[in-house]
Design a protein around this ligand. Structure first.
Ligand code: AP5
Length: 211
């Protein structure tokens, strides 16, 4: 698959979970702006230091920082799976100058389901694998199946930050569904189902152009 794809959806919709599998099974470059930012924060780079406060509050990092970070990583490449980007109209317009988009998968899930998923999420700080204590638990006592590292909870998965992330999503990112629908690129997927069902629905939609 040499398409450029965007994954859109609220916090906890399962963007990262779907992206990891789609990318590894179809040779796509997985670009999660959230993962890149967390790595920059962990390494205390100049970008990480500027981004940290926004992320801790559940706010969006300024568009110009995000756009230059994305451009640097994807310019001249194809077969990119954008996860969590774009998130504002300005980012969507900026993306048009960086890479042409073939399809936008919109993962739809209700807020209660998403909040439950985020509260039980654990991640591996070393390799980035994502788990869920309820739906996708690690085999051994909160340790990563791949590399054995002790799993952690993301700082922004605390209840008050989750609530803020939802408000920000509704105000700044949800309107992008309409933006891409008007361009004829939007594929709606019911993401309230199991990861296997979501993956199968996404594949079907990408192959047949129907959800
Ligand atoms: P980011 O990391 O992008 O967070 P997000 O969009 O809030 O999305 P999440 O990672 O929380 O959820 P997800 O949809 O990927 O779900 P996941 O697959 O992990 O961004 C974090 C912060 O960085 C932002 O708040 C902002 O500050 C900044 N930022 C990032 N990008 C930016 C941008 N473009 N512009 C400005 N700022 C930006 O799944 C969640 C849980 O559910 C997991 O435990 C998983 O195992 C489980 N799960 C997944 N799918 C299913 C399923 N189908 N059934 C049951 N459980 C499931």
């Amino acid at each position: 698959m040499k398409k450029n794809l965007v994954l859109l959806g609220p916090p906890g919709a399962g963007k990262g979970t779907l992206a990891q599998r789609l990318a590894s099974e179809h040779g796509l470059l997985h670009l999660s702006t959230g993962d890149v930012l967390r790595d920059e924060v962990a390494r205390a780079t100049a970008l990480g230091q500027r981004a940290k406060d926004y992320m801790d509050r559940g706010e969006l990092v300024p568009d110009e920082l995000i756009l230059s970070m994305v451009k640097e990583r994807v310019e001249g490449r194809s077969g990119i799976l954008f996860d969590g980007f774009p998130r504002t109209l300005a980012q969507a317009e900026g993306l048009e100058k960086i890479a042409p988009i073939d399809a936008v998968i919109f993962l739809e899930v209700d807020k209660d389901t998403a909040v439950k998923r985020l509260s039980a999420r654990r991640i591996c700080p070393k390799c980035g694998a994502v788990y869920n204590l309820v739906t996708q638990p690690p085999k051994e006592d909160e340790r990563c199946d791949r590399c054995g590292t002790k799993l952690i909870q993301r700082d922004d998965d605390k209840p008050e930050v989750i609530a803020r992330r939802f408000e920000v999503y509704m105000r700044q990112s949800a309107p992008l569904a309409r933006y891409y629908e008007e361009k004829g690129l939007l594929i709606r997927i019911d993401a309230g189902r199991s990861p296997e069902e979501v993956y199968a629905a996404a594949l079907r939609a990408l192959r047949d152009d129907r959800p």
